[in-house]
Design a protein around this ligand. Structure first.
Ligand code: ZN
Length: 230
């Protein structure tokens, strides 16, 4: 099902996997039956003002301008200053960040690789800044075990990022993915509406989790668009 969050004219929709028949995977690349994915995408489309812009996500930092973007273009973020144009990002443990200002909306796929590659900075530069952000469900700080290389990469691009890691011993850490994103957003003067989103790994009935499923998870979707206000 979908949960709609409204912030004035801005709509942020989050999917989960609570569906009759156990469906609600939006991704075509995860081994699910294509007809089933298309049926679900069509049911979604009927509730939206336009077909969403789906990206071919590559854990990078590129942000495309949605009115000029190709369907399934290789990018990890999209922005738009048009009304009624839903932008979509798919995740399963990674974080999706929905961003908006008075005139623009954007959504970014922000796992740790995207964060250290600068996907949030690229997106904010492209859209001309944002005032607020909403964070999707993602793997939580009690569940996201990472190696030294993740801490090193995070600190290299954000010197204070060490505060988002707790040592586990043996060169392993618990990483706080939302906190890594919040640090970067606050540095760019963006207010985060929900800095503690739910953990995907902790609630496998509700969310898809890449780590919780041995890499065979479906994908959740996060959508944002601005409604036309008369
Ligand atoms: Zn958890």
């Amino acid at each position: 099902m979908w949960t709609a969050h409204k912030f004035g004219p801005v709509q942020v929709w989050q999917s989960d996997r609570l569906a009759e028949g156990g469906g609600h995977n939006v991704a075509l690349h995860v081994g699910d039956h294509p007809a089933r994915v298309h049926t679900y995408r069509q049911a979604l489309r009927r509730q939206l003002p336009q077909e969403p812009l789906w990206l071919h996500q590559v854990h990078g930092s590129r942000c495309v301008y949605a009115p000029n973007a190709l369907y399934h273009e290789a990018a990890d973020a999209a922005w738009s200053d048009h009304t009624c144009q839903p932008l979509a990002v798919m995740t399963a443990d990674c974080l999706a960040v929905a961003l908006w200002s008075e005139r623009s909306v954007a959504v970014a796929h922000a796992g740790w690789r995207g964060l250290v590659a600068g996907v949030l900075e690229q997106t904010l530069a492209a859209m001309g800044g944002a005032t607020q952000a909403w964070l999707s469900p993602c793997i939580g700080r009690e569940c996201f075990e990472v190696g030294q290389e993740v801490l090193d990469a995070a600190v290299a691009s954000d010197p204070g990022a060490e505060s988002a890691f707790r040592p586990l011993g043996g060169g392993q850490y618990w990483a706080d993915l939302p906190a890594l994103a919040v640090r970067r957003l606050q540095a760019m003067h963006v207010e985060v509406i929900n800095p503690r989103p739910p953990c995907t790994l902790c609630d496998p009935q509700r969310w898809y989790s890449h780590r919780g499923s041995g890499g065979r998870a479906g994908r959740l979707a996060t959508l944002i668009w601005r409604d036309l206000i008369f």
